[in-house]
Design a protein around this ligand. Sequence first.
Ligand SMILES: [Zn+2]
Length: 88
Amino acid sequence: MEVKNYMELYVWDMLDRVLEKQGNVCKCEQCRYDIVALALNDLPPRYVVSDKGETYTRAKSLEQQFMIDVIAKITQAANVVAQHPRHE
Ligand SMILES: [Zn+2]
């Protein structure tokens, strides 16, 4: 068993979906991590006890209402990183 920040898993899950619609955003590893970190700083952590991924699956179906918030934060973070990428 382990305690996981489910919000973190969720943001990684949604990242590609958001980036697909953001043609101007660099999708390299550095920028992807920067976007996730920025978005997570703005989202409340949601800790769950994970046992072989089961809790995550259950939490995911319960928390669909957070999807819009999470997508909005990732979009915001992607725009910030696109304007100030930490590389040339
Ligand atoms: Zn990049």
